[in-house]
Design a protein around this ligand. Sequence first.
Ligand code: NAP
Length: 287
Amino acid sequence: MNTQIAVFGATGQQGGAVVDALLEHEARVRALVRDPQSGRAQALAARGVELTAVRIDDPASPAAALTAVDGFYFMTPEANSLDEVEAEIRVGTALVDAAADAGVPHVVFNSVFGADRESGVPHHDSKHRIEEHLRKSGLRATMVRPTAFMENFATVMAPSLEHGEIVLRLPLPEDVALKMISIRDIGRVAAALLLGTAEAPGGAVELVGDELTGPQIAAAFGARAGLPARYEALPLSVLPSELDRAMFRQFAEAAAYPSDPAVVRAIEPATRDLAEWIRSTGWAPPR
Ligand SMILES: NC(=O)c1ccc[n+]([C@@H]2O[C@H](COP(=O)([O-])OP(=O)(O)OC[C@H]3O[C@@H](n4cnc5c(N)ncnc54)[C@H](OP(=O)(O)O)[C@@H]3O)[C@@H](O)[C@H]2O)c1
């Protein structure tokens, strides 16, 4: 395939999954990186990815890196403070401006679920701002809006094993269904949109692979382990940052917003539900 796609964030989780899916389709990939010498950038180069160094604070730099590409995927870096939220908006708007300068034919922005409206979550409203900027740019744009990563259950949201029982604790009421998606599937959907093998109805797709309450999530891990499982809802005050408290508050509200996993599966039929994701990781209960 001769299609060339530029990727910002290729050394990270979601951008890395986009690169994996693009390479599977034999597309040519150009990664826009801060440091082409980094280990992660070099690992991409070893797989045939072209590396282009970019400086976001120099508008000419990303625009030059986007010449002659057929499509452009970008995400924006994690923000853990209000200063970082401002920095995230600067990165996103600079990349939109660069894509407009370069006349990129199609841009896919890795936003977040709910970014079609103001939510009061600073690091989600930043993505709403970037979506608005993209819409005004006149570029042909598609938003992919991921929900919580299933991969969080391997790190910050991992269940524990206590006295022969799987225990999951989250700051989420037990009757609220958490929407979630695996990072691999974010990459597959974004790649399909970039390569034109699928289209997002209305120019956006809400990335939901599963939607489960805390007790159902605990049960999925318990079933895998062959052990009893229970869920404990924690208060929001266990979260150290106001940004995270706002986000979990919004997760509870977002449960009321419709989302349709069938739309995601129409684009990527193999989209994983949580049980499939757990199996795919070879997850075993912690010791
Ligand atoms: N965790 C969740 O459940 C979840 C759910 C939905 C959305 N999100 C959103 O997903 C985004 C994070 O995505 P991810 O996990 O794929 O990111 P990640 O793995 O942390 O990767 C960050 C990427 O951004 C690049 N980058 C460029 N400029 C950067 C800068 N100034 N600071 C940090 N990185 C920079 C990094 O490249 P180099 O370091 O190589 O330069 C790297 O490729 C956040 O916006 C978050 O809000 C998260």
